[in-house]
Design a protein around this ligand. Sequence first.
Ligand code: FAD
Length: 557
Amino acid sequence: MLKHDVVIVGAGLAGLRACIELRKRGVDAVIVSKVYPTRSHSGAAQGGVNAAFDENDSWESHFFDTVKGSDYIGDQDAIEILTSEAPANILELQKMGVVFNRNDDGGIAQRPFGGQSFPRSCYYADAVGHMMLHGLFDNVLKYDTKIIYEYFVTSLVVDNGKISGVAAYDIKEGKFHGIAAKAVLFATGGYGQVYSSNTNALINTGDGMSVAIKAGVPLMDMEFVQFHPTTLKSTGILVTEGARGEGAYLLNSLGVRFMSKYAPKAMELAPRDVVARAEQTEINEGRGVDGAILLDVRHLGKEKIMEKLPQIMQLSIDFEGVNPIYEPIPIRPGAHYSMGGIKTDNNGRTVLEGFYSAGESACVSVHGANRLGGNSLLDTIVFGRRAGIDIADYIKNVDFSKFDESTVKRDEEIFENIKKSAGKERHGLLKTELQEDMRKNVGVFREESLMKKAIEKIEELKERAKNVGVDDKSHLFNTDIIEAFEFKNILLIAEIIAKGAVMRQESRGAHYRNDFPERDDEKWLKHTIAKLNSKGGIDFDFSPVKITKFKPQPRTY
Ligand SMILES: Cc1cc2nc3c(=O)[nH]c(=O)nc-3n(C[C@H](O)[C@H](O)[C@H](O)COP(=O)(O)OP(=O)(O)OC[C@H]3O[C@@H](n4cnc5c(N)ncnc54)[C@H](O)[C@@H]3O)c2cc1C
């Protein structure tokens, strides 16, 4: 068994940022990740990270924009921390070596982003995530940190209401190990793979959320799923909001900039929920182009496209066969981001002592019912940093608790049983059925009858999943079995999303119900809390929203 004071699961931005705080305080913290750190989804972030720097801007304005963007269900104490700490956090990144584009005067350049009343998104062309991830990883290496990669975490090990470590499968060797720890941080990212046509890495299967709820840690606001307005029609690959930040237009089949009808002031730079619904309405009402909308960047000119949006240009050529310098890009809404996650306080603490979460796997909650572009990278660094500092303090006065190997043995048996199974079902096919169903029935526009169909489908898939067998029976690098586990994780997450979405009888942010088209603050200005009951079913409860400064108002753009 391995033993370290702190185990950080996840090597994306949230995990790396927390790790730096721990290592610089001399803490024995290790990183465990199912892929090599720089393959984490954070590296795919394109558009930018928000902070109010400019003398004509203010963090209070960023604070208000974020509260409004969340459709008033984000916790305002947490959003105040996110926005007021943003500038110092970005400057710290800069000191660590993260490069941003510059203005002529040498200051950090900023571009406009959706739902923000000032251009406050710091960027590096259209590859800011790549730059941030590599920058932070360099710093983690500088502190000589032990990185345990290609390890797949399957369970939390808990003793008497306190964390004692994790169970993990070594993908390279095909062996299970216990890793004992005084504190565990889950920075395990999102669950985009619940949906077909998503922008996410294949590894984004909500493992952390699934493992946490199975250990009794509640998940919050899981019905709020962000659909990004501009993903390539054929593949779901993202086209950054930075394109619209640089001035791109959205056109329907009549060549009309239709956003004037839906958000006359903000136009293409309205928040994502508003733009995604506008696009889907145009498509549904017959003004789409082959089931898509056109994103036009041609008027920006070749030079600007090549300087500010080079990745977008190449992705459009490679995956859509369209060169955006000469032709508009066919796009449509795609699943992108999980607003909900493991419920934490403002320092990443969960209800389980010693167990923390930060980044996309966590719900602090700063994004509420709709995240603004550029606020997620900010969330990972602000709350990753805070969790790191809090953990360093926490572990000073605690000892290792008893590590019960039976959890590791149980997971090992589950693996062995899948390997031996003669089951005829295949996880890949079940996953495709689930993803399509979630896109059709729990997507941009929702209604009870459709969502109930999705729940029936999920029940059917749960039964069929018991009969999953794998073709690869070997020990070494058996990704077939890993994917079988990942499928079980997204299936559980899908069930929580669909059931929570049926329950919430209102429209708020990204959760839009045709049968309840209005926001209902009287009944639904509250967080949804999901827990597993002893029979494996899902119980829902609610918790109040923290409102400190801004009373809910109608949300128009
Ligand atoms: C294409 C794309 C573009 C984006 N662009 C922007 C943007 O411009 N601005 C913005 O603010 N946000 C953007 N986002 C959102 C943002 O990038 C993510 O929310 C954020 O990077 C998540 O970081 P993270 O550290 O929480 O998780 P991730 O970077 O997803 O890392 C998760 C880590 O957890 C590990 N892990 C997961 N499960 C297990 C397991 N079972 N065992 C072991 N390890 C595990 C993985 O190996 C990985 O290292 C974008 C997202 C996408 C998909």
